[in-house]
Ligand binder design. Structure first.
Ligand code: ACO
Length: 283
């Protein structure tokens, strides 16, 4: 477990708490009020605010998680937490005092994904597992399952519908053991999807055909505008021609560029690359 230089009990009315950005950044007025109501060194007083303590916990746990995964930079820090992300923190008093045992960061992402037929789809607001860590002293005791189940319940998600950002070997084993999730759908990015991801109503997707139709419609509208402008001005408008070309190339890059330029990754391989750059692959 991870101890801090302050008592964490008051932060945990139950063993797992939900942390969002608004619970981390203390408001200026809150800080001023706190300074006024206390004597002593005001510079250090704000460190006793729950929001500051939670920020410290996130930073320390984020660093431990990164170390455990061999990442160069933490995926989780208080500063980096965005409005569409939530961190679940777990603690217990097994050691005779309250200590932090785990962290799970999740969020939603708009992603271009390949389905089982290899068709590229745009999936909006995809549930994503971003960072998951249980302290070494507590691993393989069911703590991870406890935390993950709690998160699924709170988010209203199912494990099969979650994308997982560059899972470690331990997490792949975890998903297999607890949720029977083994068969993956190969992707062109860092995310791992499991078979069944595209089943049912939860995932809202646009197929490539729909995306191309939207792009064609936009191009046609631009071309129409260009013609009208050319007629009015009696001149060619290079700007509009370039705008049409840009739109079409943007869509092509999103849909096909990944396939051409990046290796399609498989959950069973260790060569998944990208934002969660590992310095070595220990997991
Ligand atoms: N080797 C292989 N599989 C493991 C290991 C390990 N060292 N540790 C956990 N697992 C898997 C196994 O399937 C294990 O079942 P088993 O013991 O019967 O083989 C199962 O997880 C245990 O389940 P729990 O006890 O509920 O999970 P735990 O508390 O160990 O938490 C977690 C799982 C979070 C993956 C933990 O092992 C951990 O923190 N690992 C280090 C950091 C890490 O790799 N995090 C995931 C990064 S990827 C991402 O965050 C998107």
């Amino acid at each position: 477990m991870v101890d801090f230089g302050f008592d964490i009990k008051h932060l945990f009315p139950q063993p797992i708490i939900r942390v969002q950005p608004h619970s981390l950044r203390p408001k200026i007025t809150q800080l001023q009020h706190h300074h006024c109501s206390l004597t002593g060194n005001p510079q250090r007083r704000h460190l006793t605010l729950p929001s500051c303590q939670l920020s410290q916990i996130l930073d320390v746990m984020g660093k431990l998680s990164a170390d455990a995964q061999g990442l160069r930079h933490p995926v989780t820090t208080a500063d980096k937490l965005t409005a569409d992300q939530v961190v679940y923190l777990m603690a217990d008093e097994a050691a005779g005092h309250w200590a932090i045992t785990g962290l799970l960061k999740v969020g939603t992402k708009d992603l271009f994904l390949f389905d089982q037929e290899g068709c590229c789809r745009r999936a909006n607001q995809t549930p994503a597992i971003l960072d998951f860590y249980v302290h070494e002293s507590r691993q393989r005791c069911g703590q991870g399952k406890l935390l993950f189940e709690w998160m699924l319940e709170q988010q209203g998600w199912s494990a099969r519908k979650c994308s997982v950002d560059r899972p470690s070997k331990k997490l792949l084993a975890f998903m297999g053991k607890h949720y029977g999730l083994v068969r993956t759908i190969p992707q062109g990015n860092n995310f791992v999807l499991y078979e069944g991801f595209f089943d049912g109503p939860i995932t809202k997707c646009n197929t490539v055909r729909e995306l191309q139709a939207t792009s064609r419609f936009r191009s046609q509208s631009l071309a129409r505008d260009q013609t009208q402008l050319s007629i009015r001005n009696g001149a060619h408008s290079g700007h509009f021609r370039r705008a049409i070309a840009n739109q079409e190339s943007e869509l092509k890059t999103s849909l096909h560029g990944r396939r051409r330029n990046e290796p399609r990754t498989f959950a069973s391989t260790t060569c998944i690359q990208g934002s969660r750059g590992r310095s070595s692959d220990h997991n």
